[in-house]
Design a protein around this ligand. Structure first.
Ligand SMILES: [Zn+2]
Ligand SMILES: [Zn+2]
Length: 324
């Protein structure tokens, strides 16, 4: 079980005939309630508990099952034989269909040892949401996701980012950008080529001020911008918007309303990562983005870039939606 998806997908299945749950909460396989069925092998009859963990082929059975056997499955409630008219593409044994609690079907091969199986969803987006318990991430899943492959990629990506210290709860805007970037359903509005921050600790005004110099590329055009601010993040924000406002005037009304920093692994000070949340508003809406790095300025910069990208994305969508 290599795919990270497996850790998430615990199947809750029902008999396709009587629609009674087949889950046995008292008996566990792979640490989860098993899927209980009556079985008939070429030699004997018994009871089997299949693992409810997707793509785990573990089971517990009170009769011997020999690899290559075609096993007949029966519902322990209505006693019907559970089988499908579809045959396994790999070994031509009948497929066994189960209804999924969250809609759709899972089909497994009836031949012991054959690992052919697949999931069929009615509403893919809805199913993904339920499987992942995504909660507030739901709106971040693009409506045009249809394929299981894409869903797996998103889940793997999400786990990978969480492993790196990202946390998208409360920062759905960054999650939406992450998913869109990954699926290629998104073209960045600008590229940040360079950032330089100068922290002036001996400012004549008194107090620490900072200067930021950045270079952005928009549609092949390079633009340099510099700005001062109260602290590096403020300076960076000003410089970035200063450069981009020429291309995207809608950024004039955007400003930061909140900035939060959390150190993630302080016990390992040399490799400590920081997570930065930035809340932005354009006067009408507000949104939160997140950035993670071992360097606080880089983490801030990532959150800032996401914030601006998100604003531009939403503006474009609003402009063009009536025509789409
Ligand atoms: Zn049944
Ligand atoms: Zn098969």
């Amino acid at each position: 079980m290599e795919s990270i998806l497996n850790e998430f997908i615990i199947l809750h299945v029902k008999c396709p005939f009587c629609e009674t749950s087949l889950m046995d909460r008292a008996r566990l396989v792979d640490g989860q309630p098993g899927i209980k069925l009556s079985v008939e092998t070429p030699r004997s009859k018994g009871t089997i508990l299949l693992s409810a963990v997707y793509e785990s082929f573990n089971y517990k059975c009170d009769v011997e099952i020999v690899e290559g056997d075609i096993v007949k499955f029966f519902c322990p409630h209505c006693l019907q034989r559970i089988t499908d008219s579809m045959m396994c593409e790999e070994c031509e044994a009948p497929l066994i269909p189960f209804l999924l609690d969250f809609g759709g079907k899972v089909l497994i091969c009836s031949r012991a040892g054959c690992k052919a199986h697949f999931l069929e969803f009615e509403d893919f987006r809805e199913a993904l949401y339920k499987i992942l318990h995504l909660g507030e991430y739901k709106d971040a899943i693009p409506e045009n996701i249809e394929k299981e492959r894409e869903a797996r990629e998103i889940i793997d990506l999400l786990k990978d980012m969480e492993h790196k210290g990202y946390q998208y709860e409360g920062a759905e805007s960054s999650f939406e950008l992450l998913v869109r970037r990954h699926l290629g359903k998104y073209k960045p509005f600008f590229e940040l080529e360079k950032t330089t921050i100068i922290e002036d600790q001996f400012s004549r005004k008194g107090g620490a001020s900072s200067s930021a110099m950045i270079i952005v590329i928009v549609d092949g055009e390079r633009r340099i911008s510099a700005a001062e601010g109260d602290g590096p993040v403020n300076a960076l924000d000003r410089a970035l918007r200063g450069a981009l406002e020429n291309f995207y005037p809608e950024l004039k009304h955007v400003h930061l309303t909140d900035y939060k920093v959390r150190v993630l692994n302080p016990e390992d000070a040399t490799a400590a990562k920081v997570r930065v949340w930035i809340e932005s508003t354009d006067g009408a809406d507000s949104w939160t983005t997140v950035g993670v790095s071992t360097d606080i300025l880089e983490a801030s910069c990532r959150a800032l870039v996401d914030s601006i990208e998100y604003k531009l994305l939403k503006t474009i969508e609003r402009k063009f939606k009536p025509f789409m």
